[in-house]
Design a protein around this ligand. Structure first.
Ligand code: DTR
Length: 340
């Protein structure tokens, strides 16, 4: 009996010791919780990449960090994203840089009509460009990744087969696309993607100019029965983190996030390219959307009208201290490198 009691005592002791050591763990062993704000609705690609990043970070950091995601502008909306993250209203935020053209001049140069063929190449070009120039506008935040949308096309309520069909047509587009639609004679109406479903429904616009995955993700195929393929320009996005929150993270978590930066860019671009194709097929099959390819002659004319845009950009923003021409050359070289 006595010896049995002793055995039990010996069995309990290690368990007690383990309990005490657990209680003595520093407070930082509890998972750090971070908020991640996003502006468009949950099914759209910026939010799909957000959920993928959350899962990867949580599993690779083995429970040291928890990410609470806020899609649909529930924490910060499109235009407040950068300043909201700097102010600490959200720890992390995803922003479309094209919505603030004058603020992100270097990275928005990827939105010039330079022939980026798809979202994967666009995302890698953007990431390398950012790394090379390290623009001052990101000095107050930690950049967690960047990625690009697929090239933009026209989605419209009426068929657009020629420049004549486009003349005066009210199309929603953001950022640098304004110049493009202007060059083609359309009437550009600026607003973030998050405001577009209502504008289409109320008839404020007759269509939009963006990447085609929104035909499915935002159900635009129900209202825009025509797609005109132009494959014109991509839009650059950034995911940024409040710098104090970043500095306070355990080094092992910082490493997980750093290691994911380029991988996440490529993952998102690849997801986007595949998803655009799915969206197009779904729109044709489920909503009888007509997909219009321009004739060779028509396409050549549309492209010709875009040629002055890049030169004008170089002239208007280039200075002794801002190497606009070199940025354009770098983008062209990066397209070649990643496009192979
Ligand atoms: N082309 C830009 C960015 C963009 C493309 N797809 C989505 C989906 C959700 C938000 C933004 C975007 C645009 O048209 O706003």
């Amino acid at each position: 009996m006595v010896s049995r009691f002793r055995n039990i005592r010996w069995a309990i002791l290690p368990a007690l010791a383990a309990l005490c050591s657990l209680a003595a763990l520093p407070a930082s062993a509890a998972p750090v919780t971070l908020s991640y704000a996003n502006f468009p609705p949950a099914p759209t690609f910026p939010c799909v990449q957000m959920e993928r990043w959350k899962q990867e970070v949580e599993s690779r950091s083995e429970g040291q960090v928890r990410i609470d995601t806020f899609p649909g502008g529930t924490l910060l909306d499109a235009k407040d994203m950068m300043d909201g993250v700097i102010a600490g209203q959200a720890d992390i935020g995803c922003l479309c840089m094209a919505y603030q053209p004058g603020r992100f001049v270097v990275t928005n140069a990827t939105s010039l009509p330079l022939g980026i063929p798809n979202a994967r190449v666009g995302s890698l070009v953007l990431w390398d460009l950012y790394q090379k120039y390290q623009p001052q506008e990101f000095a107050g935040v930690k950049v967690l990744t960047m990625f690009a949308s697929a090239p933009a096309n026209i989605m419209s309520k009426k068929a657009v087969q020629s420049l004549a069909d486009l003349k005066g047509l009210d199309l929603r587009a953001s950022g640098g696309a304004a110049e493009i639609l202007k060059a083609w004679g359309a009437n550009q109406v600026g607003m973030p993607m998050s405001a577009t479903p209502e504008a289409l429904q109320k008839g404020v616009v007759q269509g939009l100019f963006s990447s085609l995955e929104v035909m499915k993700d935002l159900k635009f195929a129900e209202i825009c029965k025509y797609v005109t393929l132009t494959d014109t320009v991509i839009y650059p996005f950034a995911v940024v983190m409040n710098i104090e929150r970043w500095n306070a993270l355990p080094p092992a978590v910082q490493k997980v996030m750093d290691d994911l930066r380029e991988e996440q860019a490529e993952w998102t671009g690849t997801y986007m390219d595949t998803h655009v194709q799915e969206s197009l097929n779904w729109s044709r099959d489920t909503h009888q959307v007509t997909v219009i390819s321009l004739s060779e002659a028509e396409k050549a004319e549309w492209n010709r009208l875009l040629q002055p845009i890049t030169d004008q950009w170089v002239q208007s923003v280039g200075t002794d201290t801002f190497p606009a021409a070199a940025i354009v050359k770098d983008i062209q070289a990066l397209i070649q490198r990643h496009g192979r």
